[in-house]
Ligand binder design. Structure first.
Ligand SMILES: Nc1ncnc2c1ncn2[C@@H]1O[C@H](COP(=O)(O)OP(=O)(O)OP(=O)(O)O)[C@@H](O)[C@H]1O
Length: 500
């Protein structure tokens, strides 16, 4: 891609960006939220048209108008999960609308299954092509997507944060698959904010900043510091380090869980959380962490046991919100944003009561809060009136966080708070949460990223087999490995994971 330019509503988003991909390489595309990574890749995959510039495939200029043209040029985007039809089988999904036919009329199911089996075998994955996609774990859906792309002879695959909803084992499986694809000459553009995985599986890295490609280098010998510097600009360090906030003043707990039991996964969970404390909840994916968060927030009713907030049980979600509980959900697009409303509306939505006097919203005061949120969380938007839908993924996540922080909650629950958020914003978020905890807000953080839990928590609980199996003071933890071991150490086998 040479000198690619793109503006939206006359605001330049890509300013003469050049990007090359070699045959059989995994090329990481990195950059802060809103730097232009997705836009560049949407141009490559025919979702957006470029304003200017040239795209060459195998040295030949190509015009990519629309996704069908991208497909013809051998380019495919691998979506994470939502582009497959859950009620159809793996084979039916792979060959959807291109089914092999007998006598040109009847769908040849046996042939479809046979070809799918061969394809999956080639990929080295053990998936039965006759399983309905809806019955597969999330991690496998991406693999089916890859099989589908290869069945269309794709030679360039674009993966946008492929590991963000994968468990550790699924991530490993994906990495093996990436290595295999590479060996067979497939080229991969890999968008991610996770430094460790980039250094582990990529050959080269290109960093974008404010619509420009500012660095392209071989991964070998590259350090995290060098990448961060390129992303943020010289002199803008991002620190993601824990520091001891000292002993918390003795106060009665604001939240107490007593022998909480939920359907299927949570057997008997009890813990206390005090005002001003930041408590991390660790556990394997599927260990029931999100369910516990939703129960505290009044969204789910327990089978037995209690959630006591400020001396009284939480009755339902409205009651939870009323009394100062906030939940930043994991699935922000579905649950956290009204996409067709502006940034301003989204930030104000849960806060309207605060700005309403005599039935009128106090606009100036409200706008001040919105502007502060945009500034403090470094939300990249042309202004408060931009539609949430048009913001980059990481910036959408910041709005969800910002609207609840603006409410000044007494208890803040964060479920995977920094998925898709760049390293600069991560450290901002940690600092903001810490500052609010210093003023007395209680925080419960769920995260699969151990680095994040280690950076933010005062205390960490490990959930396993439906119970809290460890309660650790962050001060006593010396390494991420120790926490990793605590989580994995209790993993005996799949059957152990689901409570009887
Ligand atoms: N359709 C659109 N209309 C207006 N602005 C847009 C549109 N699509 C993207 N933008 C803007 O372009 C900029 C770049 O967005 P893009 O999604 O490419 O960023 P990104 O680097 O992928 O970020 P992230 O890491 O958060 O996913 C953002 O400021 C975004 O608001």
């Amino acid at each position: 891609m040479i000198d690619i330019r793109k503006s939206f509503a006359s605001i330049p988003v890509l300013k003469r960006v050049s990007f090359t991909l070699r045959k059989g390489e995994v090329h990481a595309l990195m950059g802060g939220n809103g730097a232009g990574k997705s836009t560049l890749m949407k141009i490559l995959t025919g979702v957006y048209s470029k304003d200017d510039g040239t795209i060459l495939v195998d040295g030949q200029p190509v015009e990519i108008h629309g996704t069908a043209a991208a497909e013809r040029a051998g380019i495919a985007m691998i979506f994470q999960e939502f582009s497959l039809v859950p009620t159809l089988t793996v084979a039916q999904n792979i060959w959807l609308k291109r089914e092999p036919r007998r006598a040109g009329i009847f769908i040849d199911n046996a042939e479809m299954v046979r070809r799918s089996r061969a394809l999956l075998h080639e990929l080295g994955v053990d998936i039965d092509p006759e399983t309905p996609v809806g019955a597969l774990p999330v991690g496998y859906m991406q693999i089916v997507e890859i099989a589908k792309a290869l069945s269309k002879n794709a030679r360039i695959l674009v993966m946008d944060e492929p590991t963000s909803s994968l468990s550790e084992a699924e991530t490993e499986a994906l990495f093996e698959l990436v290595a295999r694809l590479k060996a067979s000459g497939i080229s991969i553009v890999y968008i991610s904010h996770r430094m460790a995985e980039i250094l582990a599986i990529c050959d080269r890295v290109t960093v974008m900043r404010d619509g420009e490609a500012v660095m392209t280098e071989d991964c070998a010998g590259l350090t995290v510091d060098r990448i961060v510097e390129a992303m943020l600009g010289a002199g803008n360090a991002a620190s993601f380090e824990w520091h001891d906030r000292g002993p918390r003043p003795e106060a009665p707990p604001i939240l107490s869980l007593r022998s909480l039991r939920l359907p299927a996964r949570v057997n008997d969970v009890s813990f206390d959380l005090r005002p001003g404390e930041i408590l991390g909840l660790a556990g394997l994916m599927g260990s029931g962490r999100t369910e516990i968060a939703e129960t505290i927030f009044g969204r789910r009713a327990p089978v037995s046991g209690e959630v006591i907030f400020d001396g009284r049980p939480v009755r339902n979600q409205a009651d939870a919100i009323d009394r100062g509980i906030a939940l930043v959900p994991e699935d922000r697009r579905k649950m956290g944003l009204v996409l067709d409303h502006s940034v301003r509306d989204n930030v104000l939505l849960p806060n309207l009561a605060r700005f309403t006097r005599n039935f009128l919203v106090q606009d100036a005061e409200a706008l001040q809060t919105v502007t502060r949120t945009i500034r403090e969380l470094r939300i990249k938007t042309d202004g408060p009136d931009k539609l949430a839908r048009l913001l980059s993924g990481g910036n959408q996540q910041k709005i969800v966080l910002g609207k609840w922080l603006a409410r000044d909650p007494r208890l803040l629950i964060l479920d995977e708070p920094t998925i898709g958020v760049d390293i600069g914003a991560k450290s901002e978020i940690v600092a903001t949460v810490r500052a609010m905890a210093d003023k007395g807000m209680a925080v419960l953080v769920i995260s699969s990223e151990l680095e994040e839990l280690m950076a933010i928590s005062d205390r960490i609980l490990v959930l396993h087999g439906g119970r809290i199996v460890q309660d650790m003071n962050r001060r006593d933890l010396t390494s991420e490995e120790e926490l990793h071991h605590a989580i994995q150490g209790h993993h005996i086998g799949p059957s152990d994971d689901v409570a009887a």
